[in-house]
Design a protein around this ligand. Structure first.
Ligand code: FMN
Length: 368
């Protein structure tokens, strides 16, 4: 964790050099964060195949540029959970954030609020939701619960989320047991011991394994905000989520941090959209790093896209201002990508704005 002095020095530097690109934010964050904490952030499970697949999936699609279409008024705004967003982009739940900035999750939520978007707070947040709410009284937040405690603890979690006036409750289903991350094992790094905390960790990790679909109804009885199920990576579970009354589906493989050898989240998105139909609301995350990635995910079936690691780069470099800047960069790029594709509204984002690379044989056959 940075000392107070380091923070003020960094802030002075940043006035002259605001973050130019996400790539730059990542490099600057890497130079500021201790190597083991950096590995905890960037890493995935085992050989990190799923982590790599998440990013590589975007390279399989081209965007179709369309020209001479008057793109003076490109409208990127979207509505989600009753809030108007500058674009369909929100923050994913992230635990352990005081490892990256002394204000951790508070700075994340304040930065997201400054960018007029919605941030998610994890049950693994290092700072208590009550403190976060006090520091950002008007911010729109989703609360993400884990199952790693008895039902009485879950009830308390819901009560606290309710009191903090969250916009939705998100059940994270893809982490029933601990994952095995080689980087952390080899670094002998136990993230729980780094970065300060005011929020107690979930009391019993072993209880995470008991989660079932029945909990969707259980949570719905206890709170009257939409219930989201996060961690859906196949059509069968998407259908089960709908059957059990989930209000929103969150397609995600936990950024490659849950099961390794799982499918890239982008690759399963069309299958899930096809399974649940047009009416279901789908949030999507995994490997989103540019405005054009957002466009591709929307074309493949997402309604709302979320980012995880990118906001942490902004947080580590420049706290609240850095987080806001990351969302701003995405908004600029998304606007640019839409305009280049000749698209002026989100309704026009359909699969036909994408192209896949034709095989060489197909191309030659066109000329034979
Ligand atoms: C450092 C870190 C901590 C995370 N903590 C949580 C968490 O507490 N709960 C959760 O549901 N997902 C957690 N995730 C997963 C994110 O919510 C999200 O699914 C993932 O980061 C998206 O991929 P991206 O980082 O490529 O954007 C975490 C991810 C990272 C990188």
């Amino acid at each position: 964790m940075k000392t107070h002095d380091q923070n003020s020095r960094e802030k002075t530097i940043n006035i002259a050099t605001p973050i130019a690109t996400l790539r730059e934010a990542q490099e600057r964050a890497r130079s500021l964060v201790p190597p083991q904490a950096w590995d905890w952030l960037e890493g995935g499970t085992e050989r990190e195949w799923t982590l790599a697949a998440n990013s590589a999936a975007y390279g399989r699609y081209y965007l179709k540029q369309r020209i001479l279409r008057d793109v003076t008024n490109v409208k990127t705004g979207a509505r989600f959970l009753g809030k108007q967003l500058p674009m369909p982009l929100i923050g994913a739940p992230l635990g352990g954030m005081t490892q990256y900035h002394q204000d951790g999750e508070i700075a994340l939520v304040q930065g997201g609020h400054a960018a007029s978007t919605i941030m998610s707070i994890s049950a693994m947040s290092r700072l208590r939701i009550e403190e976060i709410r006090d520091a950002a009284p008007k911010a729109a937040m989703i609360y993400q619960v884990y199952f790693q405690g008895p039902d009485s603890w879950l009830e308390d979690e819901v009560a606290r989320a309710k009191a903090a006036n969250v916009k939705a409750l998100c059940l994270c289903g893809d982490a029933p047991v601990r994952t095995i991350r080689y980087r952390d094992r080899e670094n002998r790094y136990d993230a729980r011991k780094f970065g300060h905390r005011t929020n107690a960790p979930p009391p019993n990790h072993a209880l995470g394994a008991r989660a079932t679909w029945d909990y969707v109804a259980w949570f719905k009885q206890k709170i009257d905000v939409p219930v989201i199920v996060k961690g859906i990576v196949c059509a069968e579970d998407a259908a089960l989520a709908m059957e059990h009354g989930a209000d929103i589906l969150w397609v995600s493989n936990h950024g490659g941090r849950a099961l390794d050898s799982g499918i890239a989240s982008l690759d399963v998105l069309p299958e899930i959209r096809a399974a649940v139909g047009k009416k279901a609301t789908i949030v999507f995350d995994g490997g989103i790093r540019t405005g054009s990635d957002v466009l591709k995910a929307l074309a493949l079936g997402a309604d709302i896209v979320a980012i995880g690691r990118p906001v942490v780069y902004g947080l580590a470099v420049d706290g609240v201002v850095g987080v806001e800047r990351i969302f701003e960069l995405f908004a600029e790029e998304f606007h640019s990508a839409m305009a280049m594709c000749g698209i002026s509204s989100l309704d026009e984002i359909r699969p036909d704005i994408l192209r896949v690379r034709p095989g060489a044989e197909t191309l030659l056959n066109l000329l034979r």
